[in-house]
Every structure is written in C-alpha cells, then in structure tokens.
Design a protein around this ligand. Structure first.
Ligand SMILES: Cc1cc2nc3c(=O)[nH]c(=O)nc-3n(C[C@H](O)[C@H](O)[C@H](O)COP(=O)(O)OP(=O)(O)OC[C@H]3O[C@@H](n4cnc5c(N)ncnc54)[C@H](O)[C@@H]3O)c2cc1C
Length: 531
C-alpha cells in the first residue's frame, strides 16, 4: 500500500491529524495558523472526542467533561492562532465550585471561588480549627502549583533531573515539605482531622483517573486549579470543541468526520501518510495522533508504528466510569451545577475498582446539573439535564458491563443520593447509560480508561509519553500524553505536538536543502516557530 502513496506536493507541507479531541483540534488549528496544510480525520460524526454530547429526551447533554478550568491555557492557544476567548461560547464564572454531601448527613459543604467564603464554609461545617487547617492546605496547594507550573505543566517533556533544576529553591522547598514519596491521602491526613475533608480533597486524584491512596501528594495542585476559577460554558463543554473545529476550518483545516484512520504509513522509517477505512490513502509529511497512545502500541494503526510508544500494562490504566445522562426532574436537594455525594467507606471504592476490578459497591456519585449554576435555581418539578458519574475499572475490553453488573451500581447510587435527600429516578426512556465497554468502543485501545495512565506514584508523571514518538514524523496529542488528562492539559499537549512538529518540519526541510545543495531548494510552506 505504501508504494501507491504519492509524496506530498512539493513546496507544500501536509499534515494529517487523527482525532478531533481537544488535543487534535488544538494541533490542527495551530498548524494551520502557521500555514501548514492540515487534514483532520475523525471517526465520530462530530468534534470533541470525550467532550461529546448525547441527546436524551430531545435534550443535548454533555456526556464528558463538565468543568472548565485553566482559562489561561485557552487564552494563549487562541492568541497563537489569531483568535480570542470571544471565539469560544460565553464562559460564566461559577461562584459555587461544587456542593458536597455525605450519606445520612443532613448538611452539605460548598466550596466557593471566593477563598474567604470557602474558609467560612469549612469553619461552619467542621469547626474553626479545621478552617485554619484548610487555609494551610490551600497555601500548600498554591505553592505546589506554582512550583510545578513552569518545570512540569508548561515543559515539553519533563525529566526528574530537568524538573529538579527548573524548580529552583522555593519550588524544591515546597516539594520537600510534601515529602517526595507521600501519597495524596497521606498528606491530606496531615492537613485535616475531619475525615470528610480528607475524602473531599482526596477526590482530586480521580481527576487524573487515580486513587488518592496511590496518587502523589503533588496532585493537591488541582485544588488550586479550581480555586483559580471554574466556568460554565454556554451550550456546554461540547460547544468548546465545536468552536475549535470552526476556527480550524476558518484557518483552512480540512475536517473529515466519520472517517476512521486504519493505518499510519512509513517510508524509509518515516511517516509518509495514512490509510483510511475504505482504502483511501492520504500522503503526509507528518501525522499527529490524538487517539489513545495505547492504540498504537496494540498495533491498531499498523505494525509499522507499534514501537512508537511503550505498551501500558492493564494495572496501570486510569479510571473508567459508568455514566447516566438523564433528562428528569429532581426534588428534595438543592442541586448546584457540580455536586458530589460521598459514601461511608471511601477506601472500599478504590479497592473495588483498582484491586478487585469491579464496579464500586459504595462509590462516590458525581452529579452535574447542567441547567443550574450561573443562571440560578430551576423551577420545581421541571425535568433537568443531568450527568451522573461513578468511577469504574478500565476493563471495557474484557467484558460487556451488562445489566447484571450495572444495575446493582445504579441501585446503590440512587440509594446514596436518596440518603442525602436527593429524590431522583433514572427512567430508562430518559436515560442513556455509558459503560467502560462503551468508552472502549468509542476510544479504541483504552479499555475504557479515560485519563491515560493512572497517576500512581511520583514517577508515573514522567512515564507518560511526550508529543515526540520513536517514529520520525509521528507526534502525539491528548490526555494520555504529557502534561496529562483533563481538557486544558490535553489542549496543552496539542500545542506541544504542534511545536514539536514545526521543529521537525524545519529540520527535515533543512536536511532536504543540504541533500540538494547546489540545486534550488523549495522552502517549506512553514518555518520553525514557537507557537
Ligand atoms: C465522563 C468524563 C468526564 C470528564 N470530566 C472532566 C472534567 O470535568 N474536566 C476535565 O478537564 N476533563 C474531564 N475529563 C477528561 C477529558 O475529557 C479528557 O482528558 C480530554 O477531553 C481528552 O482529550 P483528547 O485530546 O485526549 O481527545 P479524546 O477526547 O480522547 O478524543 C480522541 C478522538 O480521536 C478519535 N480517534 C481515535 N482513533 C481514531 C482513528 N484511528 N481514526 C479517527 N479518529 C480517531 C476519537 O474518535 C476521538 O474523537 C472527563 C472525561 C470523561 C469521559
């Protein structure tokens, strides 16, 4: 098949981006903004990947990420593409970050964008001493975030040594205070005496698909990310992906939906193009792969690129989820936009998922009430759009997660919500269930893992692949790639991939010029640039 592949038109650089998740969209946009010809192929019928919407009872419901954070990431990416935040749907800052409830307790705890209000709320909920400890926790989370921002989050591919150099003395001191090998759970135990607060902040590990018992204490930086602001997006998170796709189209990206990439082709050991389902080939000087990196390691994109990334053992996969998208009325509990309902035995939830590889018998339930938030309360009795989520093992490639497994989990979840005062039904005709097996089908090679490799142990952050692979001309973008999962991080990875690819094009065009020295060199349509 490679022999039938025509080289990209001389003088023009053509890149194929595989996948229209946020990482792929950002890469495509930034490359096109630099004059590269980009074709983006996406297996689904719409952009967004995990930022997808499902329609239930005639209502479009966000079925993936719901929390928009790290606005600065999008500001700087859009600026690099000659756009601004005004090109995204309107963002509404949320004053209540999330409402938290515990089984059988009548009281809830809200965290606010306003730190002083959060301190008061913690004081009312758990006492003045715990409020003081909360201040200490917030200070430490901020110090960790500041320490890791430049040498880790913004770096192309951190190494322990490089990071140690980049941390500087204040950064090293902040991390030393944490204890290098401490887990998030251990460190939270040093901050809080109230087990409910330890549970609440331990949940941040799950944002990276990890267990608080195995996640490094550095993940407390997520608390700072939320304190820096959480926004609701008008039209939902999926609308953000739609806007990136529109911008990419305006910059000349050729977007092809319902188009599966079957194989990545090499010539002389370098990327030369892709084969699409149906046999069509597209020549390319380089490819950005935005699917699960494991799809490459498993050979789903052909044997030639299997060595691009190392294989990931099943035990190192991050969390999957069981989600119910519903359009249904609720009563008895004043839902905020983001709500978390905790059960009594937190440890059992993670033992079930990571050790016993089963759905949790006492899992935390997250409920995103998508009609609430900035717009104020809903009229009573009106059906509303909900995403309910429970953590699950990423074994979607092993078993179907049929009713015999999911029904007990649903019953437990409804029982927990009820014990917190929330009356809600998940009627079949108004509910769409997504299981780890469904996530595996949607995101091949993942087993349903939603966050790449679980951030377990401090070295795991350095094991994640970077944007440059072992195959020349093949680049990676997405939540399974450095700097990690979450919409802003995956967006950053898309930017890193575009930067690395531009540098690669510059170096290959230089070597082509050297190879043809004496003749007329055809400059690439692009030049190296920091995007
Ligand atoms: C239920 C849920 C809740 C979440 N909550 C949050 C949250 O609140 N906040 C947050 O920041 N993050 C959250 N996340 C994580 C976040 O959604 C992801 O980290 C991020 O969206 C991943 O983006 P990505 O660039 O890796 O692409 P993905 O979203 O993984 O998309 C990859 C795309 O590539 C396509 N593709 C793959 N292989 C091929 C192929 N061979 N040919 C063509 N196309 C292909 C797929 O169809 C897909 O569209 C959540 C995720 C889920 C599922």
């Amino acid at each position: 098949m490679a022999d039938t592949l025509q080289p990209a038109t001389p003088g023009e650089t053509h890149v194929v981006v595989v996948g229209a998740g946020i990482g792929g969209l950002v890469s495509a946009l930034l490359l096109a903004a630099r004059g590269v010809q980009v074709t983006l192929v996406e297996a689904a019928g719409a952009p967004g990947g995990k930022m997808r919407q499902v329609v239930v009872g005639g209502q479009a419901i966000d079925a993936g990420p719901t929390v928009f954070t790290m606005r600065w990431v999008f500001e700087q990416i859009l600026a690099a593409a000659g756009a601004t935040l005004d090109d995204l749907p309107p963002l509404q800052p949320l004053s209540v970050l999330a409402r938290h409830a515990w089984r059988g307790h009548g009281r809830t705890l809200d965290l606010y964008a306003d730190r002083a209000r959060s301190i008061d709320a913690v004081g009312d909920f758990a006492g003045a001493a715990e409020a003081r400890r909360f201040v200490g926790f917030c200070d430490e989370a901020r110090a960790v975030y500041r320490a890791l921002d430049a040498p880790y989050i913004r770096s192309a591919r951190p190494t322990p040594l490089g990071m140690a150099r980049g941390l500087g003395l204040p950064g090293l001191a902040a991390l030393a205070r944490l204890g290098l090998l401490a887990s998030l759970w251990q460190r939270l135990g040093q901050h809080f005496q109230d087990p409910r607060l330890r549970q609440l902040f331990g949940r941040y590990a799950t944002y990276c698909g990890a267990s608080p018992w195995h996640a490094p204490a550095t993940l407390m930086l997520i608390a700072q990310v939320e304190l820096d602001g959480v926004w609701a997006v008008e039209g939902g998170m999926h609308a953000v992906a739609q806007s990136f796709a529109t911008l990419a189209h305006q910059r000349g990206v050729h977007l092809r939906y319902l188009t599966l990439c079957k194989r990545i082709l090499l010539r002389n050991g370098r990327v030369a193009g892709v084969v699409l389902q149906g046999g069509e080939t597209l020549a390319a000087d380089a490819v950005v792969f935005n699917g699960t990196p494991q799809a490459l390691a498993e050979g789903l994109l052909g044997d030639a690129v299997q060595r691009a990334v190392p294989a990931l053992p099943r035990a190192q996969r991050s969390l999957s989820a069981l989600t119910w998208c519903a359009h249904t009325p609720t009563a008895g509990f004043a839902l905020e936009r983001h709500n978390v309902f905790f059960d009594d035995d937190y440890r059992a939830e993670f033992d079930d998922v990571f050790s016993h590889r089963r759905l949790p018998r006492a899992g935390t339930v997250y409920v995103c009430a998508q009609d609430r938030g900035a717009a104020g309360p809903l009229p009573a009795g009106q059906p509303e759009r909900l995403l309910c989520l429970v953590n699950a093992p990423a074994d979607g490639d092993l078993r179907p997660f049929d009713d015999s497994e999911t029904e007990p989990c649903r019953d437990h979840s409804l029982n927990l919500l009820q014990s917190c005062g929330l009356q809600i039904d998940l009627p079949l005709q108004h509910t769409r269930l997504t299981t780890p097996a469904d996530f595996h089908r949607l995101f091949p090679g993942s087993g349903g893992a939603l966050y790449g490799e679980a951030t377990h142990g401090w070295m795991s952050s350095f094991r994640r692949p970077g944007s440059v692979t072992a195959v020349p001309g093949l680049f990676l973008a997405g939540g399974g790639v450095h700097p990690g999962p979450g919409v802003p991080m995956a967006a950053l990875s898309g930017q890193r991939a575009a930067e690395a690819l531009m540098a690669h094009l510059a170096s290959t065009s230089r070597s082509r010029r050297v190879a043809t020295s004496g003749g007329t060199s055809t400059p690439s349509a692009t030049t190296a640039a920091t995007l």
